[in-house]
Design a protein around this ligand. Structure first.
Ligand code: NAG
Ligand code: NAG
Ligand code: NAG
Ligand code: NAG
Length: 370
Protein backbone atom coordinates (compact mmCIF):
# COMPACT_ATOMS: atom_id res chain seq x y z
CA UNK A 1 0.00 0.00 0.00
CA UNK A 2 2.69 2.38 1.05
CA UNK A 3 4.62 1.74 -2.13
CA UNK A 4 1.57 2.49 -4.28
CA UNK A 5 1.04 5.79 -2.53
CA UNK A 6 4.64 6.80 -2.79
CA UNK A 7 4.85 5.88 -6.44
CA UNK A 8 1.66 7.83 -7.14
CA UNK A 9 3.20 10.73 -5.33
CA UNK A 10 6.39 10.37 -7.34
CA UNK A 11 4.35 10.27 -10.56
CA UNK A 12 2.47 13.44 -9.76
CA UNK A 13 5.69 15.18 -8.82
CA UNK A 14 7.14 14.05 -12.12
CA UNK A 15 4.23 15.42 -14.15
CA UNK A 16 4.28 18.66 -12.19
CA UNK A 17 7.94 19.21 -12.80
CA UNK A 18 7.85 18.08 -16.43
CA UNK A 19 5.64 21.08 -17.20
CA UNK A 20 8.59 23.27 -16.28
CA UNK A 21 11.20 21.40 -18.26
CA UNK A 22 12.41 23.49 -21.17
CA UNK A 23 11.56 21.89 -24.50
CA UNK A 24 14.46 20.86 -26.68
CA UNK A 25 13.81 20.20 -30.36
CA UNK A 26 16.77 18.83 -32.33
CA UNK A 27 14.99 19.37 -35.65
CA UNK A 28 12.06 21.06 -37.37
CA UNK A 29 10.05 19.52 -40.18
CA UNK A 30 7.86 22.14 -41.80
CA UNK A 31 4.83 21.79 -44.06
CA UNK A 32 3.10 24.71 -45.73
CA UNK A 33 2.84 27.37 -48.40
CA UNK A 34 4.66 30.63 -49.13
CA UNK A 35 4.22 31.76 -45.56
CA UNK A 36 6.99 29.29 -44.68
CA UNK A 37 8.67 28.38 -48.00
CA UNK A 38 12.44 28.75 -47.62
CA UNK A 39 13.28 27.75 -51.18
CA UNK A 40 11.05 24.88 -52.32
CA UNK A 41 9.15 26.55 -55.13
CA UNK A 42 12.28 28.41 -56.18
CA UNK A 43 14.16 25.11 -56.49
CA UNK A 44 11.40 23.45 -58.46
CA UNK A 45 10.19 26.25 -60.74
CA UNK A 46 12.86 28.97 -60.75
CA UNK A 47 14.19 31.46 -58.27
CA UNK A 48 12.14 34.22 -56.73
CA UNK A 49 14.33 37.05 -58.06
CA UNK A 50 15.46 40.35 -56.56
CA UNK A 51 14.41 42.36 -54.62
CA UNK A 52 13.25 39.34 -52.60
CA UNK A 53 15.69 38.80 -49.75
CA UNK A 54 17.10 42.33 -49.95
CA UNK A 55 16.52 43.42 -46.34
CA UNK A 56 18.29 40.51 -44.67
CA UNK A 57 20.00 37.99 -46.95
CA UNK A 58 21.26 40.66 -49.36
CA UNK A 59 20.09 38.59 -52.32
CA UNK A 60 17.21 36.23 -53.15
CA UNK A 61 17.02 33.38 -50.65
CA UNK A 62 14.10 31.30 -51.89
CA UNK A 63 11.65 33.28 -49.81
CA UNK A 64 8.81 35.51 -51.04
CA UNK A 65 9.78 38.23 -48.64
CA UNK A 66 12.40 40.93 -48.16
CA UNK A 67 13.96 38.85 -45.38
CA UNK A 68 13.12 36.23 -42.78
CA UNK A 69 9.84 34.37 -42.41
CA UNK A 70 8.15 33.33 -39.17
CA UNK A 71 9.68 29.85 -39.59
CA UNK A 72 13.15 31.45 -39.74
CA UNK A 73 12.52 33.26 -36.45
CA UNK A 74 11.29 30.00 -34.94
CA UNK A 75 14.46 28.20 -36.04
CA UNK A 76 16.66 31.03 -34.68
CA UNK A 77 14.77 31.04 -31.43
CA UNK A 78 15.28 27.35 -30.72
CA UNK A 79 18.91 27.52 -31.79
CA UNK A 80 18.67 25.69 -35.10
CA UNK A 81 19.93 26.70 -38.55
CA UNK A 82 17.45 27.96 -41.15
CA UNK A 83 15.66 25.07 -42.82
CA UNK A 84 16.81 23.79 -46.19
CA UNK A 85 14.04 23.08 -48.66
CA UNK A 86 13.57 19.36 -49.29
CA UNK A 87 13.30 20.08 -53.03
CA UNK A 88 16.57 22.00 -53.12
CA UNK A 89 19.31 19.64 -54.25
CA UNK A 90 22.02 22.32 -54.21
CA UNK A 91 23.89 23.00 -50.98
CA UNK A 92 21.20 21.74 -48.63
CA UNK A 93 21.92 20.54 -45.12
CA UNK A 94 19.16 18.55 -43.44
CA UNK A 95 20.94 17.76 -40.19
CA UNK A 96 18.36 19.73 -38.19
CA UNK A 97 15.27 19.33 -40.30
CA UNK A 98 13.76 19.88 -43.70
CA UNK A 99 11.17 22.15 -45.20
CA UNK A 100 8.48 20.63 -47.41
CA UNK A 101 6.54 23.90 -47.88
CA UNK A 102 6.27 25.50 -51.29
CA UNK A 103 4.67 28.79 -52.23
CA UNK A 104 1.16 28.27 -53.57
CA UNK A 105 0.65 24.91 -51.83
CA UNK A 106 -2.87 23.96 -50.80
CA UNK A 107 -3.83 21.23 -48.34
CA UNK A 108 -6.07 19.60 -50.92
CA UNK A 109 -4.61 18.63 -54.31
CA UNK A 110 -6.01 20.78 -57.10
CA UNK A 111 -6.83 19.62 -60.61
CA UNK A 112 -4.82 22.30 -62.33
CA UNK A 113 -1.18 22.91 -63.08
CA UNK A 114 0.88 25.75 -61.66
CA UNK A 115 0.78 27.37 -65.09
CA UNK A 116 -3.00 27.24 -65.27
CA UNK A 117 -3.87 28.37 -61.80
CA UNK A 118 -0.72 29.61 -60.08
CA UNK A 119 -1.09 27.03 -57.30
CA UNK A 120 1.69 24.61 -56.41
CA UNK A 121 1.36 20.90 -57.21
CA UNK A 122 3.02 20.14 -53.84
CA UNK A 123 -0.17 19.89 -51.82
CA UNK A 124 -0.03 18.66 -48.23
CA UNK A 125 -0.55 15.00 -49.17
CA UNK A 126 2.45 15.24 -51.53
CA UNK A 127 4.49 16.98 -48.82
CA UNK A 128 3.73 14.06 -46.54
CA UNK A 129 4.91 11.56 -49.18
CA UNK A 130 8.11 13.58 -49.52
CA UNK A 131 8.57 13.59 -45.75
CA UNK A 132 7.98 9.88 -45.58
CA UNK A 133 10.59 9.34 -48.27
CA UNK A 134 12.97 11.65 -46.50
CA UNK A 135 12.46 9.87 -43.18
CA UNK A 136 13.50 6.61 -44.70
CA UNK A 137 16.15 7.60 -47.23
CA UNK A 138 17.93 10.08 -44.97
CA UNK A 139 18.81 7.19 -42.66
CA UNK A 140 20.09 5.05 -45.50
CA UNK A 141 22.29 7.93 -46.63
CA UNK A 142 23.40 8.76 -43.10
CA UNK A 143 24.58 5.20 -42.58
CA UNK A 144 27.22 5.76 -45.29
CA UNK A 145 29.09 7.72 -42.62
CA UNK A 146 31.57 10.56 -43.12
CA UNK A 147 30.11 13.83 -44.30
CA UNK A 148 26.66 12.26 -44.61
CA UNK A 149 26.32 12.05 -40.86
CA UNK A 150 26.56 15.86 -40.75
CA UNK A 151 24.02 16.38 -43.53
CA UNK A 152 21.19 14.11 -42.39
CA UNK A 153 19.22 14.07 -39.12
CA UNK A 154 19.84 11.46 -36.44
CA UNK A 155 17.25 8.70 -36.36
CA UNK A 156 15.84 9.80 -33.01
CA UNK A 157 15.40 13.40 -34.20
CA UNK A 158 12.16 12.35 -35.88
CA UNK A 159 10.38 11.59 -32.63
CA UNK A 160 11.81 14.66 -30.85
CA UNK A 161 11.34 17.17 -33.68
CA UNK A 162 8.85 19.98 -33.87
CA UNK A 163 6.45 19.45 -36.80
CA UNK A 164 5.24 22.85 -37.97
CA UNK A 165 2.34 23.72 -40.29
CA UNK A 166 1.17 26.91 -41.98
CA UNK A 167 -1.19 25.93 -44.76
CA UNK A 168 -4.79 26.47 -45.83
CA UNK A 169 -4.77 29.95 -47.32
CA UNK A 170 -4.48 28.61 -50.88
CA UNK A 171 -7.34 26.20 -50.43
CA UNK A 172 -9.57 29.13 -49.60
CA UNK A 173 -8.38 31.38 -52.40
CA UNK A 174 -8.49 28.52 -54.95
CA UNK A 175 -12.11 27.83 -54.10
CA UNK A 176 -12.88 31.53 -54.13
CA UNK A 177 -11.17 32.07 -57.49
CA UNK A 178 -13.24 29.17 -58.86
CA UNK A 179 -16.27 31.41 -58.21
CA UNK A 180 -17.70 29.27 -55.44
CA UNK A 181 -19.83 31.16 -52.94
CA UNK A 182 -18.61 31.69 -49.40
CA UNK A 183 -21.52 29.45 -48.28
CA UNK A 184 -20.45 26.62 -50.61
CA UNK A 185 -16.87 26.86 -49.48
CA UNK A 186 -17.89 26.84 -45.85
CA UNK A 187 -20.21 23.85 -46.03
CA UNK A 188 -18.59 21.67 -48.71
CA UNK A 189 -14.95 22.58 -49.15
CA UNK A 190 -13.74 23.44 -45.66
CA UNK A 191 -14.82 20.12 -44.10
CA UNK A 192 -13.03 18.23 -46.87
CA UNK A 193 -9.90 20.37 -46.57
CA UNK A 194 -9.80 19.96 -42.78
CA UNK A 195 -10.29 16.23 -43.06
CA UNK A 196 -7.21 16.01 -45.30
CA UNK A 197 -5.28 18.14 -42.85
CA UNK A 198 -6.12 15.73 -40.03
CA UNK A 199 -4.94 12.84 -42.20
CA UNK A 200 -1.57 14.49 -42.69
CA UNK A 201 -1.02 15.07 -38.96
CA UNK A 202 -2.17 11.53 -38.18
CA UNK A 203 0.18 10.07 -40.79
CA UNK A 204 3.13 11.93 -39.29
CA UNK A 205 2.13 10.76 -35.82
CA UNK A 206 2.03 7.20 -37.11
CA UNK A 207 5.62 7.68 -38.29
CA UNK A 208 6.67 8.77 -34.83
CA UNK A 209 6.09 12.54 -34.81
CA UNK A 210 4.90 13.82 -31.41
CA UNK A 211 5.20 17.60 -31.26
CA UNK A 212 2.98 19.60 -33.58
CA UNK A 213 2.85 23.36 -34.08
CA UNK A 214 -0.11 24.49 -36.15
CA UNK A 215 -0.65 28.05 -37.41
CA UNK A 216 -4.17 29.04 -38.38
CA UNK A 217 -4.68 31.06 -41.53
CA UNK A 218 -4.48 34.85 -41.79
CA UNK A 219 -6.99 37.57 -42.72
CA UNK A 220 -6.77 36.98 -46.47
CA UNK A 221 -9.37 39.71 -47.05
CA UNK A 222 -6.70 42.31 -46.17
CA UNK A 223 -4.28 41.16 -48.89
CA UNK A 224 -4.18 43.13 -52.15
CA UNK A 225 -4.03 40.08 -54.42
CA UNK A 226 -7.27 38.78 -52.99
CA UNK A 227 -8.99 42.18 -52.95
CA UNK A 228 -7.92 42.97 -56.51
CA UNK A 229 -8.79 39.61 -58.02
CA UNK A 230 -12.50 40.23 -58.25
CA UNK A 231 -14.60 43.35 -58.16
CA UNK A 232 -15.99 43.39 -54.64
CA UNK A 233 -18.91 45.59 -53.63
CA UNK A 234 -18.25 48.66 -51.45
CA UNK A 235 -20.40 47.02 -48.77
CA UNK A 236 -17.98 44.07 -48.68
CA UNK A 237 -15.29 46.20 -47.04
CA UNK A 238 -14.96 46.77 -43.33
CA UNK A 239 -13.82 50.02 -41.74
CA UNK A 240 -10.17 48.98 -42.09
CA UNK A 241 -10.43 48.40 -45.83
CA UNK A 242 -10.39 44.59 -45.61
CA UNK A 243 -12.88 42.42 -47.50
CA UNK A 244 -15.21 40.97 -44.86
CA UNK A 245 -16.48 37.93 -46.83
CA UNK A 246 -12.89 36.73 -47.24
CA UNK A 247 -11.95 37.36 -43.63
CA UNK A 248 -15.11 35.55 -42.57
CA UNK A 249 -14.07 32.64 -44.73
CA UNK A 250 -10.64 32.56 -43.08
CA UNK A 251 -12.32 32.59 -39.67
CA UNK A 252 -14.63 29.75 -40.65
CA UNK A 253 -11.59 27.76 -41.69
CA UNK A 254 -9.83 28.60 -38.45
CA UNK A 255 -12.82 27.56 -36.39
CA UNK A 256 -12.86 24.18 -38.14
CA UNK A 257 -9.07 23.87 -37.77
CA UNK A 258 -9.28 24.54 -34.04
CA UNK A 259 -11.96 21.86 -33.69
CA UNK A 260 -9.73 19.48 -35.63
CA UNK A 261 -6.86 20.17 -33.25
CA UNK A 262 -9.11 19.39 -30.29
CA UNK A 263 -10.11 16.08 -31.92
CA UNK A 264 -6.52 15.22 -32.80
CA UNK A 265 -5.44 15.81 -29.19
CA UNK A 266 -7.94 13.12 -28.19
CA UNK A 267 -7.08 10.62 -30.92
CA UNK A 268 -3.32 11.01 -30.85
CA UNK A 269 -2.83 10.23 -27.21
CA UNK A 270 0.92 10.92 -27.09
CA UNK A 271 0.91 14.07 -29.20
CA UNK A 272 1.47 17.61 -27.94
CA UNK A 273 -0.33 19.90 -30.37
CA UNK A 274 -0.05 23.68 -30.15
CA UNK A 275 -2.55 25.79 -32.10
CA UNK A 276 -1.29 29.29 -32.89
CA UNK A 277 -3.69 32.12 -33.62
CA UNK A 278 -1.68 33.80 -36.32
CA UNK A 279 -4.89 35.37 -37.67
CA UNK A 280 -5.20 37.63 -34.66
CA UNK A 281 -1.57 38.71 -34.84
CA UNK A 282 -1.85 39.58 -38.53
CA UNK A 283 -5.22 41.27 -38.10
CA UNK A 284 -3.91 43.36 -35.23
CA UNK A 285 -1.08 44.49 -37.45
CA UNK A 286 -3.43 45.49 -40.28
CA UNK A 287 -5.82 47.45 -38.11
CA UNK A 288 -3.30 49.11 -35.78
CA UNK A 289 -0.29 49.30 -38.08
CA UNK A 290 0.72 52.79 -36.98
CA UNK A 291 0.42 51.98 -33.30
CA UNK A 292 3.02 49.26 -33.89
CA UNK A 293 5.43 51.55 -35.71
CA UNK A 294 4.41 50.68 -39.26
CA UNK A 295 3.71 53.30 -41.91
CA UNK A 296 1.75 51.28 -44.45
CA UNK A 297 -0.67 48.45 -43.87
CA UNK A 298 -2.68 47.40 -46.94
CA UNK A 299 -0.41 49.07 -49.50
CA UNK A 300 2.38 46.80 -50.75
CA UNK A 301 6.02 47.75 -50.39
CA UNK A 302 7.10 46.15 -53.67
CA UNK A 303 4.73 46.35 -56.61
CA UNK A 304 3.26 48.52 -59.28
CA UNK A 305 0.39 50.97 -59.36
CA UNK A 306 -3.22 51.03 -58.26
CA UNK A 307 -4.67 51.63 -54.88
CA UNK A 308 -2.44 49.03 -53.18
CA UNK A 309 0.76 49.36 -55.21
CA UNK A 310 -0.12 45.95 -56.59
CA UNK A 311 -0.88 44.78 -60.11
CA UNK A 312 -1.51 41.08 -60.69
CA UNK A 313 0.18 41.31 -64.11
CA UNK A 314 3.24 43.19 -62.85
CA UNK A 315 4.52 41.44 -59.73
CA UNK A 316 7.37 42.38 -57.47
CA UNK A 317 10.62 41.28 -59.10
CA UNK A 318 9.09 40.90 -62.56
CA UNK A 319 10.09 42.52 -65.82
CA UNK A 320 7.24 43.22 -68.23
CA UNK A 321 6.80 45.22 -71.40
CA UNK A 322 3.78 47.49 -71.42
CA UNK A 323 3.06 49.43 -74.63
CA UNK A 324 6.63 48.92 -75.79
CA UNK A 325 8.08 50.17 -72.54
CA UNK A 326 9.91 47.83 -70.17
CA UNK A 327 8.82 47.95 -66.54
CA UNK A 328 11.00 46.25 -63.94
CA UNK A 329 9.68 46.01 -60.40
CA UNK A 330 13.06 45.75 -58.77
CA UNK A 331 12.95 48.54 -56.25
CA UNK A 332 10.95 48.14 -53.07
CA UNK A 333 9.56 51.01 -51.00
CA UNK A 334 12.03 53.17 -49.04
CA UNK A 335 11.36 51.61 -45.66
CA UNK A 336 10.43 47.92 -45.97
CA UNK A 337 10.86 47.73 -42.20
CA UNK A 338 7.80 49.94 -41.82
CA UNK A 339 5.55 48.08 -44.28
CA UNK A 340 3.24 45.19 -43.35
CA UNK A 341 2.75 43.74 -46.82
CA UNK A 342 5.74 43.04 -49.00
CA UNK A 343 4.35 42.28 -52.45
CA UNK A 344 0.56 42.24 -52.23
CA UNK A 345 0.55 38.59 -51.17
CA UNK A 346 3.23 38.08 -48.52
CA UNK A 347 4.27 39.81 -45.32
CA UNK A 348 7.49 41.74 -44.83
CA UNK A 349 10.23 40.53 -42.51
CA UNK A 350 9.21 43.27 -40.06
CA UNK A 351 5.63 41.97 -40.05
CA UNK A 352 6.87 38.39 -39.67
CA UNK A 353 8.91 39.42 -36.64
CA UNK A 354 5.83 41.05 -35.12
CA UNK A 355 3.78 37.88 -35.72
CA UNK A 356 6.55 35.67 -34.31
CA UNK A 357 6.77 37.82 -31.17
CA UNK A 358 3.04 37.21 -30.59
CA UNK A 359 3.42 33.42 -30.65
CA UNK A 360 6.95 32.80 -29.38
CA UNK A 361 5.96 32.05 -25.79
CA UNK A 362 4.26 28.89 -27.06
CA UNK A 363 7.62 27.44 -28.10
CA UNK A 364 8.82 26.78 -24.58
CA UNK A 365 5.66 24.71 -23.92
CA UNK A 366 5.27 22.98 -27.27
CA UNK A 367 6.65 19.65 -26.02
CA UNK A 368 4.03 19.35 -23.27
CA UNK A 369 0.55 17.92 -23.77
CA UNK A 370 -2.16 20.50 -23.18
C1 NAG B 1 -10.37 16.93 -58.77
O1 NAG B 1 -11.00 15.96 -59.60
C2 NAG B 1 -11.45 14.82 -58.90
C3 NAG B 1 -11.96 13.81 -59.94
O2 NAG B 1 -12.85 14.43 -60.82
C4 NAG B 1 -12.51 15.24 -57.89
O3 NAG B 1 -12.96 14.11 -57.15
C5 NAG B 1 -11.92 16.27 -56.94
O4 NAG B 1 -12.90 16.73 -56.05
C6 NAG B 1 -11.33 17.44 -57.70
N1 NAG B 1 -10.64 18.30 -56.75
C7 NAG B 1 -10.92 19.58 -56.59
C8 NAG B 1 -10.13 20.32 -55.58
O5 NAG B 1 -11.78 20.16 -57.23
C1 NAG C 1 12.94 2.10 -45.86
O1 NAG C 1 12.19 1.48 -46.88
C2 NAG C 1 12.67 0.18 -47.23
C3 NAG C 1 11.90 -0.31 -48.44
O2 NAG C 1 10.54 -0.09 -48.29
C4 NAG C 1 12.52 -0.72 -46.01
O3 NAG C 1 13.00 -2.02 -46.32
C5 NAG C 1 13.34 -0.13 -44.86
O4 NAG C 1 13.16 -0.89 -43.70
C6 NAG C 1 12.92 1.31 -44.58
N1 NAG C 1 13.86 1.89 -43.62
C7 NAG C 1 13.47 2.68 -42.62
C8 NAG C 1 14.57 3.28 -41.78
O5 NAG C 1 12.29 2.93 -42.38
C1 NAG D 1 25.37 20.84 -41.58
O1 NAG D 1 24.89 21.68 -40.57
C2 NAG D 1 25.34 21.34 -39.27
C3 NAG D 1 24.64 22.25 -38.26
O2 NAG D 1 24.73 23.58 -38.62
C4 NAG D 1 26.87 21.46 -39.21
O3 NAG D 1 27.34 21.08 -37.94
C5 NAG D 1 27.46 20.55 -40.29
O4 NAG D 1 28.86 20.72 -40.32
C6 NAG D 1 26.89 20.89 -41.65
N1 NAG D 1 27.40 19.94 -42.63
C7 NAG D 1 28.10 20.34 -43.70
C8 NAG D 1 28.62 19.27 -44.61
O5 NAG D 1 28.30 21.51 -43.95
C1 NAG E 1 -15.37 33.57 -62.43
O1 NAG E 1 -16.13 34.72 -62.72
C2 NAG E 1 -15.42 35.69 -63.49
C3 NAG E 1 -16.29 36.94 -63.57
O2 NAG E 1 -17.62 36.63 -63.80
C4 NAG E 1 -15.08 35.08 -64.85
O3 NAG E 1 -14.37 36.01 -65.63
C5 NAG E 1 -14.20 33.83 -64.63
O4 NAG E 1 -13.93 33.20 -65.86
C6 NAG E 1 -14.89 32.86 -63.69
N1 NAG E 1 -13.93 31.82 -63.35
C7 NAG E 1 -14.21 30.52 -63.36
C8 NAG E 1 -13.11 29.59 -62.98
O5 NAG E 1 -15.31 30.08 -63.65
Amino acid sequence: MKSIISSLFALSLLSLSSAHIQCHFPAIFNFGDSNSDTGGLSAAFGQAGPPHGSSFFGSPAGRYCDGRLVIDFIAESIGLPYLSAFLDSVGSNFSHGANFATAGSPIRALNSTLRQSGFSPFSLDVQFVQFSNFHNRSQTVRSRGGIYTTLMPEANSFSQALYTFDIGQNDLTAAYFANKTVEQIGTVDIPEIISQFKNAVTNIYNQGGRYFWIHNTGPIGCLAYVIEWFPLKASDFDSHGCASPLNNLAQQFNHALKQAVIELRTFLSEAAITYLDVYSAKHELFVHAQGHGFKRSLVSCCGHGGKYNFNKHIWCGKKVTVKGKEIYIGKPCDEPGKAVVWDGVHFTQAANKFIFDKIVTGLSMACHRH
